[in-house]
Design a protein around this ligand. Structure first.
Ligand code: ATP
Length: 328
């Protein structure tokens, strides 16, 4: 491996996601394994601008593989979106003899990394860390699998009360622009309908589906709704609409909110994070830059950062069909 790179920094940026700590651990330990220095940057790009750095070694990341959130903290930095902010960040990296950085975050974080590296010819590598799974170039982002399991567990609990009281529950899950969480948890939790940003089910079909469900003998139902569902009504408006049109239904709403981001990462996310961290560091040491590490067909691969940012992750439409069949 090339040894132009003597010190690598790691930061977490944008929304936190389970598995980020496991990825930090992997980056730090891979640096230690290859005798390369490692620096943790606190509070994302804002910490890069303010010089909030800490040298890390293999022991700095003991006992974090199982923890949610991020020990490096995360932040959203508007200052990094300005050339002046990025210049301050560059100066700090130079002052600490940092030769490259690994950013764990979403597409906003990758856009920032690209702008930065283009201005300063600075090696960067991205690791996709976001529960939404909305990044092109990987079939799984870090935290997505954990979020799916958290949501399914929550819906299972909601189902208990739905059955006991013969109720219809609208459960809102995260996903403003992407329906991955709604689609997979809806299928996994046996939802009657799944409303996602990519597909307009339409209010008429929703009503028809609810009526059909009643006629077929079901006394309770779950509808999973992504935040950005294409019908364009929020869960409370959907509740009102169903109550106005199907007065027999006793409707309730649960918004799962931030519990979806928290918690111990699943084994899958820990393994993925470990693999991605190794690939990110070793790719930098091989002289590669401006890539995102991703999982494609169970292989860890690199996708150019600009493609990862511009490309669109797609939902698996076959899952919609499977879900339809399951609700017969
Ligand atoms: P999530 O998917 O969780 O929202 P994200 O990485 O997309 O994660 P953002 O808040 O969009 O989260 O971006 C994180 C940070 O990346 C921003 O606070 C900002 O510092 C930096 N960033 C985002 N967009 C740009 C940009 N166009 N130019 C420079 N920096 C940017």
């Amino acid at each position: 491996m090339s040894n132009n790179i003597k010190k690598i920094a790691v930061l977490t940026s944008g929304g936190d996601a389970p598995g980020m700590n496991a990825a930090i651990r992997s980056v730090v330990r891979t640096c230690a394994y290859h005798n390369v220095g490692c620096v943790g940057i606190y509070r994302g790009y804002q910490g890069m601008i303010e010089g909030d750095f800490k040298e890390m070694n293999a022991r700095s990341v003991n006992n974090i593989i199982n923890r949610g959130g991020t020990i490096l903290k995360s932040a959203r930095s508007t200052e990094f979106q300005t050339p002046e902010g990025r210049e301050k960040a560059y100066k700090n990296l130079c002052d600490h003899d940092i030769d490259a950085f690994v950013v764990i975050g979403g597409d906003g974080s990758f856009t920032g990394a690209m702008l930065f590296s283009e201005s300063y010819d600075f090696p960067v590598m991205g690791i996709p860390g976001t529960i939404d799974n909305d990044i092109y170039g990987t079939s799984f982002t870090l935290g997505y699998d954990t979020a799916l399991n958290t949501v399914v567990e929550a819906i299972d609990k909601i189902r208990d009360t739905a059955i006991s009281h013969n109720r219809l529950f609208f459960v809102e899950v995260m996903g403003r622009d992407a329906g991955h969480i709604a689609l997979n948890t809806g299928l996994g939790a046996g939802a009657e309908e799944i409303l996602i940003p990519e597909e307009d089910l339409g209010l008429d079909r929703l009503l028809e589906s609810m009526e059909r469900s009643r006629r077929s003998g079901k006394s309770s139902s779950i509808v999973v709704v992504a935040e950005g569902d294409k019908i364009g009504k929020n869960v409370f408006e959907l509740k009102d609409y169903i109550e106005d049109n199907l007065p027999d239904y006793d409707v309730r709403v649960t918004v799962l909110g931030h519990i979806q981001r928290g918690g111990r990462p699943t084994c899958f996310d820990r393994v993925l994070a470990s693999r991605m961290g190794v690939k990110a560091v070793e790719s930098l040491l091989e002289g590669k830059t401006h890539y995102m590490v991703g999982l494609v067909k169970d292989k860890i691969v690199l996708t150019p950062l600009d493609q990862a940012v511009k490309g669109k992750s797609k939902i698996d439409r076959e899952l919609l069909r499977v879900s339809d069949i399951m609700t017969t």
